[in-house]
Design a protein around this ligand. Structure first.
Ligand SMILES: CN1CCN(C(=O)c2nonc2N)CC1
Length: 249
């Protein structure tokens, strides 16, 4: 899988490409991240990439041509490797991403991600060059770079071979449509709190059942909306009923 990012601040992506799960995936060539700055596609001496908004108002808007040329160059590089990349723009006006969307993004051969700055990009760039518009949440960032990194991290970690244990991705919060269960590690006792006995039992079936029950219970208590969309089996309903009875004691 290949990501090409259009950004005025390529150095910010060191947070993803220099250490951690994604950096290791890149080193192992399980994924690629290429960075392109619109500044390289300007023709004026000042390398202008933004300008004042028509109609007045605060801030600046990113200009059409340097962005379009950068996108086309990125797509051409990807195509030279046989990758047909669609274009996504990160913005609060985009479709809110969830784990299902990340799975879809992760399954594609490649994406060009446009990380805007300032007040955003000229609307005609979105009309002419952008296939999808994505939001990572209903809040305003100082730029699209962090949003692009969030998407790339969430998508790359799902690729085969990236995570140490194949189950890790499947057991994550939201991958099963549920929130994650609690996790514990040494020491066994901290103050007056010990690790739940079942986790020390070595009974893997009981442990798996406990973890599912905890995930169901936490989802019902914290994000009941997720259960609405997911549905629940008879076995899960019984586990959930027992959880809620226990919680009510
Ligand atoms: C122009 N720039 C404004 C700030 N921005 C975001 O707040 C954002 N991006 O993706 N989800 C978000 N929320 C990125 C684009």
């Amino acid at each position: 899988m290949r990501f090409d990012v259009i950004t005025l601040f390529p150095a910010q992506f060191a947070a993803l490409t220099e250490e951690g799960v994604v950096a290791r995936a890149l080193q192992r060539q399980l994924a690629q991240i290429h960075l392109h700055t619109p500044r390289d596609y300007t023709t004026d001496v000042h390398r202008t990439v933004d300008d004042r908004p028509y109609g007045g108002g605060p801030g600046m808007v990113m200009r059409y041509t340097p962005l379009r040329l950068a996108i086309e160059a990125a797509q051409a590089e990807a195509a030279a490797e046989g990758v047909q990349s669609r274009v996504a723009y990160l913005s609060p006006q985009g479709e809110r991403l969830d784990q299902r969307q990340i799975e879809r993004i992760s399954a594609a051969p490649g994406w060009v991600l446009v990380a805007g700055r300032y007040e955003g990009v000229d609307e005609r760039l979105i009309e002419d060059c952008v296939d999808e518009e994505w939001s990572i949440g209903d809040y305003v960032l100082s730029g699209g770079e962090l949003a692009a990194m969030v998407v790339m991290d969430a998508a790359i970690r799902l690729l085969p071979g990236v995570l140490g244990h194949a189950d890790s991705a499947r057991q994550d919060s939201h991958s099963s449509g549920l929130l994650d269960c609690p996790h514990y590690t040494r020491p066994e006792t901290i103050g007056d709190r010990s690790v739940p006995e079942v986790l020390l039992s070595g009974d893997h079936q009981a442990i798996e059942r406990w973890r599912l029950q905890q995930a169901l219970g936490r989802t019902r208590q914290r994000r009941p909306d997720l259960l609405q969309g997911r549905g629940i089996s008879e076995v899960e309903q019984r586990l959930l009923d027992d959880y809620l009875l226990e919680a009510a004691r």
